[in-house]
Design a protein around this ligand. Structure first.
Ligand code: 2HG
Ligand code: ZN
Length: 454
């Protein structure tokens, strides 16, 4: 029997093969990365996931796990002939125990956060894509987001998980003892493994007391170096939860996209700070930064009104064309210099190709993380870069980042998009060890082939 026939026999699982029905599973959010043709399996229970993986193993067919498909490095785009296992049907949320809750891999971060909020808690992972991004995807990619400063990346949130191994066996560590020093940490190994070692079906998520107050500040600086210079003082703000930034041009782009004028000048650089302190304390910012131009959001609506100038950047970029996306990190002392060098290098490559490019820069200031989004100018055919130019632009950015002692991927991971650069970052010996780890978990190489390591 072909794999499609075998999948159709599995209880609690639907199977999509029709080109129209599968189309959305084959392309990433930006439209740059396309895969397939592929079959899509939509299991609704963990045993059904195991049955799907077993059927694929028996047929020797690659398996590509997929959550909300909001990743930005082509980590869930299937190669031709693969089976996409969409996990969004595993959407049950259990009871809170020992400060953590077991959630199905397909529970969205927004659903988890409203579950937590109803109990005076927070999940501590704030992504702009939270309405679609899932806890399974967050675990598999070790997602970051705006509140890493306070709550850490997904790795810090995960107390346990259940996963299906490439042969269909089940690894169940949903409720490991809080103290359990018994050998290799297999849960931790799966976090950030990008679907290459096992298919995560459930995640035990640590919840935290929700902040009682929230205040959002937007601060307009004359330049990025001025903003970076202010970071030590900004870190002294009471109850700092998040410290983000956007180049002024990125803010202006969002303002135009949402048709809502920015409340501060956009000729320099904006910093966004979120505090779990009331306004009276937040006004300490005036003492810390006396001459600063500041907008303050206290109520939920005002806060959202300010945050959208940062949170809606990805959407504003996508509305303008197909971007080349990089997600780099540079230590703060070299942050501003690295960015100037990146922009220079990008402009040189674009000028050489006589192709217009618009860099859009924003990210997570506390961690020295920049999302370098490169947009083709408005006159570009199909509003996309020719692939050969896209590759040269990526190289221009990543060479500069490496030269400044940074990382080629601060939070989005490697996927297919950055695989060629992994060895430059981590060195041959570490990548060889990663390959051996991959072979130990997945000897037949059927799980998400081509992602992370080849
Ligand atoms: C963010 O911080 C996300 O908004 C998306 O990581 C970044 O679109 C991007 O490049
Ligand atoms: Zn980000």
């Amino acid at each position: 029997m072909d794999v499609g026939g075998a999948l159709r026999e599995i209880a609690d699982c639907s199977v999509l093969t029709d080109a129209g029905a599968v189309a959305g599973y084959l392309v990433d959010w930006t439209g740059r990365w396309r895969g397939g043709p592929a079959i899509v399996a939509r299991p609704r229970t963990a045993p059904a996931v195991a049955a799907v993986v077993r059927a694929c193993a028996a047929a020797g067919v690659p398996v590509v796990p997929q959550g909300g498909n909001t990743g930005l490095v082509a980590g869930a785009v299937p190669p031709a002939g693969a089976v996409v296992v969409s996990l969004t049907g595993l959407d049950a949320i259990g009871e809170v125990s020992d400060g953590a809750v077991v959630a199905g891999a397909g529970v969205t971060l927004a659903a988890l956060e409203s579950f937590a909020a109803a109990r005076g808690l927070t999940c501590g992972l704030a992504l702009a894509s939270g309405e679609s991004a899932t806890v399974g995807g967050a675990a598999a990619t070790n997602a970051g987001g705006a509140e890493v400063l306070r709550y850490g990346t997904a790795r810090a949130r995960i107390a346990g998980l259940r996963a299906v191994l490439p042969d269909g066996a089940v690894l169940d560590r949903r409720r490991p003892p809080v103290k359990d020093n018994t050998g290799y940490d297999l849960v931790d190994q799966l976090v950030g493994s990008e679907g290459t070692l096992a298919v995560i079906t459930d995640v035990t998520w640590r919840l935290e007391p929700a902040p009682r107050e929230r205040t959002v500040l937007a601060l307009a600086f004359g330049s990025l170096p001025d903003a970076v210079a202010a970071v030590p003082r900004l870190r002294g703000l009471p109850g700092l939860l998040a410290l983000e930034w956007s180049d002024g041009a990125a803010v202006a782009r969002v303002a135009a996209h949402i048709d809502s004028p920015a409340p501060l000048p956009t000729d320099g650089c904006w910093v966004f700070a979120e505090l779990d302190a009331p306004l009276s304390e937040a006004s300490e910012v005036a003492e810390l930064l006396p001459d600063q131009r500041i907008a303050v959001g206290v109520g939920a609506e005002d806060r959202a009104r300010l945050w959208r100038y940062r949170a809606r950047t990805t959407e504003a970029v996508n509305a303008a064309g197909v971007p080349v996306k990089l997600d780099v990190g540079v230590p703060l002392p070299r942050f501003a210099a690295a960015q100037a060098a990146v922009v220079r290098a990008v402009r040189e490559v674009a000028a050489d190709a006589a192709f217009p490019v618009e860099p859009v820069l924003f990210g997570h200031l506390a961690e020295g993380n920049v999302h370098v989004n490169l947009l083709p100018g408005a006159s570009a055919p199909d509003r996309r870069f020719p692939e050969e130019l896209a590759v040269r632009l990526e190289a221009a950015v990543l060479e500069q980042v490496l030269a400044h002692g940074g990382t080629i991927s601060a939070e989005h991971g490697i996927g297919r998009a950055k695989r060629a650069w992994l060895e430059r970052q981590r060195g041959g010996a570490q990548v060889a060890l990663m390959r051996r780890i991959k072979a130990a978990w997945d000897p037949a190489g059927l799980l998400n082939p081509g992602v992370l390591v080849d």
